[in-house]
Design a protein around this ligand. Sequence first.
Ligand SMILES: Nc1ncnc2c1ncn2[C@@H]1O[C@H](COP(=O)(O)OP(=O)(O)OP(=O)(O)O)[C@@H](O)[C@H]1O
Ligand SMILES: [Mg+2]
Length: 231
Amino acid sequence: MLIVDNIHSYYDKSHVLEGVSLQVNPGELVTLLGRNGAGKTTTLRSILGVVCPRKGQIRFNGQDMVGRKIFEIAREGLALVPEHRGIFRLLSVEENLRIAQRKSSRWQLEDVYTMFPRLKERRKNAGHALSGGEQQMLAIARALVNDPKLLILDEPTEGLAPVIVDELVKILRKIKDDGLPVLLVEQNLMVCDKLADRHYVLEQGRVVYEGSAADFRANPTIKNRYLALSA
Ligand SMILES: Nc1ncnc2c1ncn2[C@@H]1O[C@H](COP(=O)(O)OP(=O)(O)OP(=O)(O)O)[C@@H](O)[C@H]1O
Ligand SMILES: [Mg+2]
């Protein structure tokens, strides 16, 4: 459903993505791994139209995405949960959700409250009063009520306590089991291992490895060579 084909992206003159290709198929959870600065966020920005690739193609459900406006791409159902969560700090949890809510979404307010009971408890609290984990949950819930066709997350577990990470893993598994495809940038290999169908590893703007979860598990050299952390 998402096909990224040999994209080259730049920041001004700096050539950051040097021919990245990847694919997310219906129902799949795919991770994009790699060290700091490898180009993971830039790949996501290119998919979402924040950075416009100068070469290559991006197709989503058969439509060309390169060169289209950010809001047009979002309207096709490509939903980002950004690295720093991007919630409105002065609005309450419920206001944050209502702003994003689309009638067409299969996740309505009550559905995300069932999925995230913590958010229901805190629905009157302002965004800035939430813990890091709760902000991350709100960011995911907000993406869900906005009727996504593909959920894209940039390091959702970064800086969170292990119990919260476990909770997020369960939530992401539910989302995947519900049939929503997910593209996940993540540095925590335990999280990736628990969730992913397939992995891609980026290094200096290139895909240096692509494989199934089982292949990746059986391949410690990849982890040692391209990833900073141990499993
Ligand atoms: N706005 C920007 N302007 C110029 N260069 C940038 C910009 N954002 C990122 N870069 C550079 O592009 C390269 C890829 O960065 P990117 O943020 O995509 O990496 P990443 O894999 O997401 O890293 P991290 O794990 O630290 O989030 C890096 O060398 C980075 O310094
Ligand atoms: Mg990044």
